[in-house]
Design a protein around this ligand. Structure first.
Ligand SMILES: [Zn+2]
Length: 75
């Protein structure tokens, strides 16, 4: 199973589809409602599950830092 540390898993609510993104930033597939989406925290974009899994294989090492819960002063 692929680790998805780099991505925040969300569901495609009507709000996200209307206000944020209708299409996968990588393959331009149109999201359907309630489909799982993956927010790419490195690039500030939404990906479909297939692209997120593919990207996660390349990004995983970079993203471990982001996932650390012990850094409260990120912002
Ligand atoms: Zn995609």
């Amino acid at each position: 199973m692929t680790s998805l540390n780099c991505f925040v898993r969300q569901e495609a609510t009507p709000q996200i589809l209307q206000n944020v993104s209708r299409y996968c930033a990588e393959c331009y597939k149109e999201f359907s409602e309630n489909e799982p989406l993956f927010y790419d925290m490195q690039h500030y974009r939404y990906l479909c599950s297939r692209c997120a899994e593919r990207m996660a294989e390349q990004l995983d090492e970079l993203c471990e830092v982001v996932e650390e819960p012990e850094s409260p002063s990120l912002f």
